[in-house]
Ligand binder design. Structure first.
Ligand code: AMP
Ligand code: MG
Length: 407
């Protein structure tokens, strides 16, 4: 029997970072930078107005106030985007909009609110300090500065910054591509009628969502019957699209275990028992072309808990993402529970962060998907623990980030 930690290490060792690659900005959100980002230009790019108003020479409006305004002819109108280079003649004003280039010779902008908003002649009703309401070139970023570093997560603000610098691609650690294969001759795609003995296939959509929520990418979703030839054909056809092949079902001890049967004993895919509940039967290894294959048990709760325990941290680590693990909390158990000896148990729970309590939610069996669907945490109960009294502090994996939208 293998421990959870041992199998976590095996899976993590199989899932390796892809080489850095260029990504369009729209695809880079949530990925990790592989290179420095060096500013090729300064921000602001040029001296520009911080207000809608009038560009002036401060000395021309010295002493202006509402009782004694200064009148200046308006020689130019400068909307944002005007590209010709202008010079302000002494004793004149240019009407100027926010973001428009400040003309040479002007050293201040008087906001429109401190004027009569004149178009040909403007009445200036307040004095201006030199530099007032001018955003200077380079005051945010100087050309040549390293503004982002390798390992940094590409955030909305980081994307805004690089776009402002005129950059349209970033070198990032690409997403892991995961092919999701469901196995089972009893499985029917939702939306079609069920025959007696059939059930709806639910692991593929669930695991694919978990893949995306982990920050990785779904290379494809395939359902395959319990037929080794068909399973091998699916692998041949689709595994080339993926970095990781993720299967569910067909790995336990019965007959018709299609995934287990597809790989020879002692070969490059190992089938093991892991001391955990749910999720005891597991498999992991490599396909002949070196691609990772991780085989999860078919029971839906086992499959998703196994994903949480083995795949999610390994995928996130391979993508260089921060927080590969769900946040771990300690919470007070609201009621007594029992746990099987010798197995690390992951129970579904409802964690109340304000009260610092956790309640076990639903039975521990691995087919009770309903409870998992409304749980917000996993209780992580150690192998040697068998009875936990109410009031005891227990470890909880906080799944609240499930609320965050995947990419
Ligand atoms: P297995 O691991 O193939 O022995 O499957 C264990 C249990 O999970 C059986 O009751 C299967 O019918 C069920 N199961 C396996 N795969 C799926 C799936 N993709 N969707 C829904 N249930 C499944
Ligand atoms: Mg099966």
């Amino acid at each position: 029997m293998r421990s959870v930690e041992q199998h976590q290490r095996v899976v993590a060792g199989l899932i390796r970072a892809r080489p850095p690659a260029a990504a369009a900005l729209a695809d880079a959100l949530g990925l990790v930078l592989a290179d420095d980002v060096v500013a090729g230009l300064s921000l602001p790019v040029f001296d520009n107005s911080a207000m809608d108003g009038y560009a002036v020479r401060a000395q021309d409006v010295a002493g202006a106030c509402s009782k004694s305004p200064v009148k200046l002819p308006v020689a130019e109108d400068i909307p944002a985007g005007r590209t010709d280079r202008l010079t302000l003649a002494p004793g004149t004003a240019h009407r100027i909009m926010t973001g428009a280039p400040v003309p040479a010779g002007a050293d201040a902008v008087v906001p429109v609110e401190a004027t009569d908003a004149g178009v040909s002649v403007v009445e200036i009703r307040s004095a201006a300090k030199p530099g007032q309401h001018i955003r200077r070139a380079g005051e945010d970023v100087t050309a040549g500065t390293t503004v982002l570093h390798p390992g940094q997560l590409v955030s909305p603000a980081a994307l805004g910054l690089v776009a402002a610098l005129g950059i349209d691609q970033l070198r990032v650690i690409p997403r892991q591509r995961v092919l999701v294969i469901s196995t089972g001759s009893e499985l029917v795609v939702p939306g079609t009628p069920l025959q007696p003995g059939q059930i709806y296939e639910s692991n593929a959509v669930m695991l694919a969502a978990a893949v995306r929520e982990a920050g990785a990418q779904v290379a494809g979703m395939v359902t395959c019957g319990d037929n080794v030839g068909q399973f091998r054909a699916v692998l041949d056809e689709y595994s080339g699209l993926a970095d990781v092949v993720l299967t569910s079902g067909g790995v336990s001890a019965g007959a018709y275990e299609v995934v287990k049967d597809a790989f020879p004993m002692g070969g490059s895919v190992e089938f093991v028992k892991v001391a955990m509940q749910p999720g005891m039967p597991q498999g992991a290894g490599t396909l002949p072309d070196g691609r990772a294959i991780i085989t999860l048990p078919g029971n839906p709760v086992s499959a998703l808990v196994s994903f949480e325990v083995f795949l999610r941290p390994a995928l996130r680590t391979a993508m260089g993402l921060p927080d590969p693990h769900r946040p771990r909390r300690t919470a007070r158990l609201a009621e007594a529970i029992t746990s099987p000896p010798g197995k690390r148990q992951f129970r579904r729970g409802v964690y109340d962060p304000d009260a610092g309590t956790v309640t076990s939610y639903g039975p521990p069996a691995s087919h009770h998907l309903r409870w998992l669907a409304s749980a917000n945490c996993l209780l992580d109960l150690a192998e040697d623990v068998t009875e936990i009294p109410a009031g005891e502090q227990v470890r909880v994996w906080d799944l609240a980030s499930w609320e965050h939208r995947p990419h």
